[in-house]
Design a protein around this ligand. Structure first.
Ligand code: NAI
Length: 342
């Protein structure tokens, strides 16, 4: 990001003396649902990336203005807008990373599962178009309920014969971002240093922050563990209630998703040190999908990181067992939806 804001003189200097360190703007990114509460700030943040050459913004309405507005930022990527299903194929052609924040957000009183029927169909149709037009792309699913929409996406890709489990990601980065923020505040740590892995899924008790694995290491009383865990699990509701009918988390979500997009691009670009938590196909537990830290590489997931799940505290072990039935049923609900529609 710093590279994109540098003055001309700074750039010329760094190009002369430090050329290899300058990232190449050569990746195409598509945002599906780009005119929405998340889509707009997310698109703006992706426009800041020095790794992006083309930024394709798609929505069913109102995306022309968003694209015109963002396109005036003097960062490398070319911005193009695409409206409606007839322009979706063109939007996706040749794209390396597809991010999907399309769908309806939660209103007060709604659970993520209440969103299921609307968002399940939207994700199914969008992923089907991805399968047809850019089957090799990294697919980043934001639309909730992530615990079900990721299995739906997997089924659609399987039906189209192009499923690569290494390239399908449920974006749970916001849980990590929140955990890092709340832990740093509670323990008076420097925020930038704090890293808390969050595993499981992306709704209620399926969100399991592993506080015992916080880096740098920190100690927590039982009360702190309980309080922080519950706050991280319910942080989405904090925002839904504060917005009082105007939607759910959009700005922090855009920040979190932009971080995941940037990590994906760095991995594609050959950086060998990229790790993120994500809800992915997994064999770390007996569930077919599970969020954990993963190592990202040019071809997607290079490795799932099992070590976070070893040596859990009693509290974490019990919470892990407790979340499994709910996560299992959300996964099965997604698979059943996709299979019924096939
Ligand atoms: P929003 O309603 O502000 O925006 C959604 C956008 O999707 C709108 O612009 C709408 O026109 C578009 N859209 C609807 N159907 C579409 C289709 N078939 N194709 C393309 N675009 C379509 O909603 P917001 O707040 O941006 O939330 C979007 C989704 O993200 C929701 O499902 C929400 O629950 C989820 N979310 C996920 C989080 C996570 O951590 N993974 C956190 C917060 C929200």
């Amino acid at each position: 990001l710093r590279a994109s804001f540098a003055s001309k003189a700074q750039k010329e200097n760094s190009q002369k003396f430090n050329y290899q360190l300058q990232p190449q703007a050569s990746y195409k990114v598509a945002v599906l649902g780009a005119a929405g509460g998340i889509g707009q700030p997310l698109s703006l943040l992706i426009k800041m990336s020095p790794l992006v050459s083309d930024l394709h913004l798609y929505d069913i309405a109102n995306v022309k203005g968003v694209a015109a507005d963002i396109s005036h930022c003097n960062t490398p990527s070319q911005v193009k807008d695409f409206t409606g299903a007839s322009e979706l194929a063109n939007c996706l052609n040749g794209v390396n990373v597809v991010v999907i924040p399309a769908g309806v957000p939660r209103k007060p009183g709604m659970t993520r599962d209440d969103l299921f029927n609307i968002n399940a169909g939207i994700v199914r149709d969008l992923v089907s178009a991805v399968a047809d037009n850019c089957p090799g792309a990294f697919i980043l699913i934001i639309s909730n309920p992530v615990n079900s929409t990721v299995p739906i996406a997997a089924e659609v890709l399987k039906q189209k014969g192009v499923y690569d489990p290494k390239k399908l990601f449920g974006v749970t980065t916001l849980d990590v971002v929140r955990a890092n923020t709340f832990v740093a505040q509670r323990k008076n740590l420097k925020l930038i240093d704090v890293d808390v892995p969050v595993v499981g899924g992306h709704a209620g008790i399926t969100i399991l922050p592993l506080l015992s694995k916080t880096r740098p290491s920190a100690s927590f009383t039982d009360e702190e563990v309980e309080e922080l865990t519950v706050r991280i699990q319910n942080a989405g509701t904090e925002v839904v209630e504060a917005k009082a009918g105007a939607g759910s988390a959009t700005l922090s979500m855009a920040y979190a998703a932009a971080r995941f997009v940037e990590s994906s691009l760095r991995a594609l670009d050959g950086d060998g040190d990229v790790y993120e938590c994500s809800f992915v196909q997994s064999d770390l537990t007996d569930l077919p999908f599970f969020a954990s830290r993963v190592k990202l590489g040019k071809k997607g997931i290079e490795a799932l990181i099992p070590s976070d799940l070893q040596g859990l505290t009693d509290y974490e072990q019990k919470a892990l067992e407790a979340l499994k039935p709910e996560l299992k049923s959300s996964i099965e609900k997604g698979i059943a939806f996709a299979q019924k529609q096939a």
